[in-house]
Ligand binder design. Structure first.
Ligand SMILES: Nc1ncnc2c1ncn2[C@@H]1O[C@H](COP(=O)(O)OP(=O)(O)OP(=O)(O)O)[C@@H](O)[C@H]1O
Length: 609
């Protein structure tokens, strides 16, 4: 039985293209433009010119490319899927834009009839040899002698009812500009040149500064923002060049970053995803690639090994830029990190170089104020981190007061980053804080001591009364800590303290009387540590009862009362500083006064009687 050829109903194919392959019938112009450029490429030599004319619902695309012979017209134009742009083995030839042999059909999205008048550059050079091919959307075509003197091709479309808009002068000019403004041929629409200097990042400039300004303007026109920085991109194996614009504002890492991609200087799409590694969500790129492949719709990149290695290459370029910024302009790097730290932290999870940058340049919240992890380790070789912000808030003051450095590892990626630091250097030790480590248990003093201390506590209370602080004396560890300042936020410790007080109340309520009088008022507390030798000596400086130091009191008592006041205020100030509490003007004044007062005592103590 004889082999039969497939019969194709063109209407079904056009329907398929328009509904399922192309996002919009606007692509018809891109396909025509692409064929014209390929024909010019096939002819070889320099330059080439494509001229588009619009008039009264008719569109003409002229090119001075290779043209077609009569035989080629039959096989190439009239056979769906046949293309001159593949090699003997059927692979896409990399110098051409087209490869599938279906592009011309897209003209049927806007016209019922396509007319091609062509003359092959390889044919006879006299007036002979021009061919006219007319194809109709219902599937028939006609070939007859045509009229054309010079080699090249003219494609003519007449708008189908309803498609006139797409073939109107302003829309054609816009489409030509969108798709073809970077093309390496001369493109003219109704006499107006569309192509200019080519890719903006390849244009020569007087000096780097004016190049930079030009690229910033380009970014502003394209994306509507002035970039934080402009990074040149190049991945030779993908034939890729371009620029990355660093966004000047923070973006959500979840926002899909899309980029403007040209293939062989023809726009592929304005919103291509997956060109960069996922972490690089802080840039918008414009690139031109010669070797990357489009999907059949020509609206996305074909996911293959080459795209994958291009992605790695682009990620590498951004990474390189960051490393260089760290070396040459740390202040700018910090500014960048403030904007896009989430992206950089995400990178640091898998990339040692980025981890080093985070370690060295990114400020973390610590019990000793904001600083980098590296600086923190230098100051606190035995430092700890908390895995939640909540825990940090609760413990940082107390940790600070006890000399334990604490880093807030509670934000996104931070704990993982801190735990990965030994990958940089196995000697790096930054361990997680076990809450129990800091549990300070406040011991109650025995009743006799407590009773004996009452005059002192009263005097001490007067010393800090104006500061809105309450004095408490307890025994607690570490003994090296003379005093601890607890704000009402230090909930856990206040609980602890309250329990100690309640115990005291129960046991010695009658002895101690109104110890818990101020309970319930949420004032910050200065807890003096009776276990600390210095604090203990301060409590035993010896003052009289209420009214001591008033008129008529002995000179010595007055002096001692003054010393107690100065010492308590100094302890107050030091506890504030140790715990990194904010200093109000009144606090600073007291700190100053106590320092100067104690200094006076030290150099010139009031004469002992
Ligand atoms: N302007 C032109 N000049 C010369 N040859 C042309 C021109 N337009 C089309 N052709 C020929 O017709 C063939 C089919 O064109 P068509 O646009 O359908 O497919 P293609 O460009 O090969 O591939 P793709 O579907 O990827 O665009 C081309 O391979 C080319 O040989």
């Amino acid at each position: 039985m004889a082999e039969q050829a497939f019969q194709v109903d063109l209407r079904g194919v056009v329907d398929l293209l328009s509904r399922h392959l192309y996002a919009s019938p606007r692509v018809y112009l891109r396909e025509l433009l692409q064929n014209a450029v390929d024909a010019i490429t096939a002819r070889g030599g320099d330059g080439g010119r494509v001229e588009i004319e619009t008039s009264g619902g008719t569109l003409r695309v002229h090119d001075d490319g290779i043209g077609l012979t009569t035989d080629e017209v039959h096989t190439l134009l009239a056979t769906i899927g046949r293309s001159s742009k593949r090699d003997e083995l059927g692979f896409a030839r990399h110098d051409f834009l087209g490869q599938f042999g279906i592009g011309l059909l897209s003209a049927f999205l806007v016209a019922d009839e396509i007319e091609v008048v062509t003359k092959s550059a390889r044919g006879p050079s006299n007036g002979q040899g021009a061919v006219r091919w007319t194809g109709r959307s219902e599937g028939s075509y006609r070939v007859e002698p045509g009229e054309r003197d010079e080699p090249g091709t003219t494609v003519t479309l007449r708008a189908r009812p309803g498609s006139a808009e797409l073939l109107s002068p302003p829309v054609v000019a816009e489409l030509a500009r969108v798709y073809g403004s970077l093309l390496p041929v001369e493109l003219v629409v109704d006499g107006v040149p569309i192509t200019g200097d080519g890719p903006p990042w390849q244009v020569r400039h007087r000096d780097p500064a004016s190049r930079r300004r030009a690229l910033e303007r380009y970014c502003e026109d394209l994306y509507g923002f002035v970039p934080f920085d402009v990074v040149d991109l190049e991945v030779p194996e993908a034939g890729l060049t371009g620029v990355a614009f660093i966004l000047p504002d923070p973006v959500s890492p979840a926002a899909r970053a899309s980029h403007r991609v040209y293939l062989k200087r023809m726009l592929l799409a304005e919103g291509v995803e997956g060109l960069l590694p996922e972490w690089a969500f802080f840039v918008r790129c414009v690139v031109d690639a010669g070797e990357l492949r489009p999907t059949a719709s020509r609206e996305a990149l074909y996911e293959d090994e080459l795209l994958d290695s291009a992605r790695q290459g682009l990620g590498g370029a951004l990474r390189q830029w960051l490393v260089k910024l760290a070396e040459t302009d740390p202040a700018r790097l910090r500014a960048f990190l403030r904007l896009h730290q989430l992206g950089v932290k995400a990178m640091a999870l898998h990339d040692d170089e980025m981890l080093r940058i985070v370690d060295r340049w990114l400020d973390y919240e610590t019990s000793a104020g904001p600083m980098t992890l590296r600086e923190f380790r230098r100051r606190h070789p035995d430092g700890r981190y908390t895995a939640s912000v909540e825990e940090f808030r609760r413990l940082s003051a107390v940790a600070g007061a006890q000399g334990v450095g604490l880093v807030n590892g509670g934000y996104v990626h931070d704990t993982e980053i801190i735990e990965r630091l030994p990958d940089l250097d196995p000697d790096i030790r930054l361990s997680r804080l076990e809450a129990a480590e800091l549990t300070t248990t406040f011991g109650v003093l025995d009743p006799a001591t407590e009773l004996a201390l009452r005059p002192f506590i009263a005097a001490a209370q007067r010393a800090v009364e104006r500061l809105g602080c309450e004095i408490v004396v307890r025994e607690f560890d570490p003994a090296s800590l003379p005093a601890l300042f607890l704000t009402s936020r230090d909930a856990q410790f206040r609980e602890e303290l309250k329990r100690a007080r309640e115990e005291a109340n129960e046991l010695w309520a009658d002895v101690l009387g109104a110890v818990g009088a101020s309970a319930g008022v949420e004032r910050p507390q200065l807890v003096l540590n009776y276990r600390n030798p210095l604090a203990r000596r301060v409590t035993s400086l010896g003052v009289g009862g209420p009214g001591v130091g008033g008129p008529g009191a002995g000179a010595e008592t007055t002096a001692r009362t003054e010393l107690v006041e100065l010492a308590v205020q100094a302890l107050y100030g030091q506890a504030l500083l140790l715990g990194h509490h904010p200093l109000r003007p009144a606090d600073t004044a007291v700190l100053n006064r106590s320092f100067i007062g104690l200094l006076e005592w030290a150099v010139h103590p009031p004469e002992a009687p």
